[in-house]
Design a protein around this ligand. Structure first.
Ligand SMILES: C[S@@+](CC[C@H](N)C(=O)[O-])C[C@H]1O[C@@H](n2cnc3c(N)ncnc32)[C@H](O)[C@@H]1O
Length: 234
């Protein structure tokens, strides 16, 4: 199915998994540059905020789930945390620019033993998972008791003025930039639409709690266009 389908017809299940993997394989060589452009350079600060939300001491071991080209792995290293990245796109892993060890795997079937990690970060991938509940359960399995989870992603602002501005940028300008700079209008039409996959913020927080996390919460920033989901493994 095309990734440019209307929001209510976005691909699901195995069709979505294959479409997302193929899209990131294709985007990988231009991913970092496009990220900086479409986030107006703000993505670096969003990732640093995600790492800070873990509140883990130096020497901790943290999984970067859906690591892509490894930006969060590098931010973890900056605070002396040992990072391991996992992603299912061979293309993204090949384009990675981090000394952290990286492994190819699906977020719903992590190749790590129970209680291997002190923390998990996840950048801009919640929307892309086929089944969030299955991924959260895997996160619970590989985290130690008291381990921390922090996931950052794009969302749609609740404020109508911010929502209108967000729509102009992400549904108007971004696909155009995607066509001009990345020669891939299809992918950059999908990216803003994919926020439709995410449940509401309360439900997102409850979903993480149902996977055996406590103190789960969603905070938003940058005018409500970015969310940070956090929780602690029970
Ligand atoms: C928007 S990119 C984000 C990459 C990186 N985390 C960052 O902050 O730039 C989303 C990433 O999620 C990965 N991804 C999507 N679904 C996945 C899954 N089921 N298992 C593993 N990785 C997945 C994609 O391959 C892609 O690299």
């Amino acid at each position: 199915m095309s990734m440019t389908a209307p929001d209510h017809e976005l691909p699901q299940g195995e069709t979505k998994r294959v479409a997302v993997e193929t899209m990131f394989d294709r985007l990988a060589p231009r991913y970092d540059r496009m990220n900086r452009v479409i986030s107006l350079g703000l993505d670096r600060g969003w990732r640093r905020r995600t790492v800070a939300a873990l509140a883990l001491p130096p020497g901790s071991c943290v999984l970067d789930l859906a690591c892509g080209t490894g930006d969060l792995c590098n931010d973890l290293a900056q605070v002396d945390v040992d990072a391991i990245g996992v992603d299912f796109s061979a293309g993204m892993l090949a384009a990675a620019h981090t000394p952290a060890p990286l492994t190819r795997a699906d977020g719903a079937a992590l190749p790590f033993r129970d209680r291997s990690f002190d923390g998990i970060v996840c950048g801009f991938a919640l929307r892309n998972f086929v089944e969030l509940g299955a991924v959260f359960s895997e996160c619970a399995r590989v985290l130690r008791e008291g381990g921390r989870f922090a996931a950052v992603d794009a969302t749609v602002p609740a404020n109508p003025v911010m929502r209108a501005g967000n729509a102009v940028w992400f549904r108007g300008a971004v696909p155009l930039l995607g066509r001009l700079l990345a020669h891939d209008a299809d992918a950059y039409q999908y990216l803003p639409k994919s926020t439709a996959y995410l449940p509401g913020h309360d439900e997102l927080s409850r979903k993480l709690a149902r996977a055996d996390f406590y103190d789960t919460r969603v905070d938003t920033f940058t005018g409500g266009s970015v969310l940070l989901l956090t929780g602690t493994r029970a």
